[in-house]
Design a protein around this ligand. Structure first.
Ligand code: ATP
Length: 325
């Protein structure tokens, strides 16, 4: 009920009358009034003017199931939302839901993670009320070898969403870290469950630093947040939906071709490593070269004295010669 009232207030281009709300929601005026009071108690500023109706003046940066559902602007990504105030990790929860049979497009969101993870078991700092911690469950008709490209699709979606919603020049550090001024604001962890040549499910976990003011030791040297970089004040819920709205468009392009040909140019334009010297931390043999951009299957093309070397993500990390980027 609260979610429906919120959605109606947000859709309105100004005031929405009590009568209109009653009709749209199929409830009495008293029920609408009670819903409005509950929303106000949660911090929503709603103006009520006789003969005009209700106007949503300001929303707090709340994250909960209702706030999320009322702001949904996607076709399929996040049609089912499972919200936790606190959880171990949204990837763990999404994998559990996948095993229980939840559908393609289920979105898990948490206010805080107790055991947020990056690649290779590294910790992801996830303090309360500062960031976005979410995971999308997909059941794609792809071959397992195509799944790593989904990480690039997700990185492109986050970069575009941050650019459009926060007015910041978000870049991408290959393959899937989003950076502002050379520091990381977002990490993405894609995991999957497969048979020999089919995918049972994929989960794409995304952590975005929104209003963090400081970071603990491990991340302090490389991390920043949208607020620290002077980005527009945006609610986490709004940014979440902008990410998935962008994701749907890039995902369609990816599924149509089965590769990244439709995204490559835009991705390469955001790539902060492009035309810079990088150190490829290949566990077998690290090497140095100049990153030239990604190929259609997401490999980073690194120019060395021996020619162009395609680098696949997997176990490899890429660093700048003198630091993280
Ligand atoms: P790679 O390039 O190999 O992926 P990475 O350092 O980017 O390396 P991730 O798995 O993406 O690795 O992220 C984990 C790392 O990110 C941690 O080791 C820590 O240094 C850093 N980190 C942890 N929490 C945050 C955070 N909230 N914001 C930014 N960086 C963080």
């Amino acid at each position: 009920m609260k979610a429906e009232i919120l959605a109606a207030l947000r859709d309105a281009q100004g005031y929405v009358s009590g009568q209109e709300l009653c009709e749209r929601l199929g409830v009495s005026r008293t029920a609408v009034w009670k819903g409005i009071q509950k929303l106000r108690a949660e911090g929503y500023q709603i103006k009520a003017v006789s003969n005009k109706g209700y106007l949503l003046v300001e929303s707090p940066d709340l994250l909960n199931g209702e706030e999320l559902k009322s702001r949904c602007k996607t076709v399929w990504a996040g049609r089912e939302v499972v919200y936790f105030d606190v959880t171990d990790s949204t990837n763990i929860q999404a994998k559990r839901l996948a095993e229980e049979g939840w559908p393609h497009g289920t979105l898990v969101v948490a206010g805080r993670q107790k055991a947020g993870r990056g690649r290779r078991g590294r910790a992801w700092e996830s303090p309360e009320n500062t960031g976005i911690f979410m995971t999308l469950l997909l059941r794609p008709e792809l071959l397992p070898k195509q799944a790593s490209m989904l990480t690039i699709v997700a990185a492109m979606a986050v970069a575009k969403a941050v650019r459009e919603s926060c007015g910041l020049a978000a870049g991408i550090k290959w393959p899937n870290d989003i950076v502002l001024n050379g520091r990381k604001i977002c990490g993405i962890l894609t995991e999957m469950n497969t048979e020999i040549d089919t995918i049972n499910y994929v989960v794409i976990g995304i952590g975005i630093n929104v209003s963090n003011k400081h970071f603990a030791e491990d991340a302090a040297a490389i991390a920043t947040s949208i607020a620290l970089e002077g980005g527009k004040n945006i609610s986490r819920a709004a940014l979440i939906w902008e990410v998935w709205r962008q994701f749907e468009a890039y995902y369609d392009s990816f599924c149509a071709s089965g590769n990244l040909s439709g995204i490559r140019q835009e991705y390469n334009a955001c790539l902060v490593n492009r035309n810079r010297q990088v150190r490829v931390l290949d566990p077998k043999e690290p090497f140095t070269g100049i990153a030239r951009g990604i190929a259609d299957h997401g490999e980073l093309m690194v120019e060395t004295d021996q020619g162009i070397e395609p680098v696949s993500s997997g176990e490899v990390s890429v660093r700048g010669l003198y630091g993280y980027v």
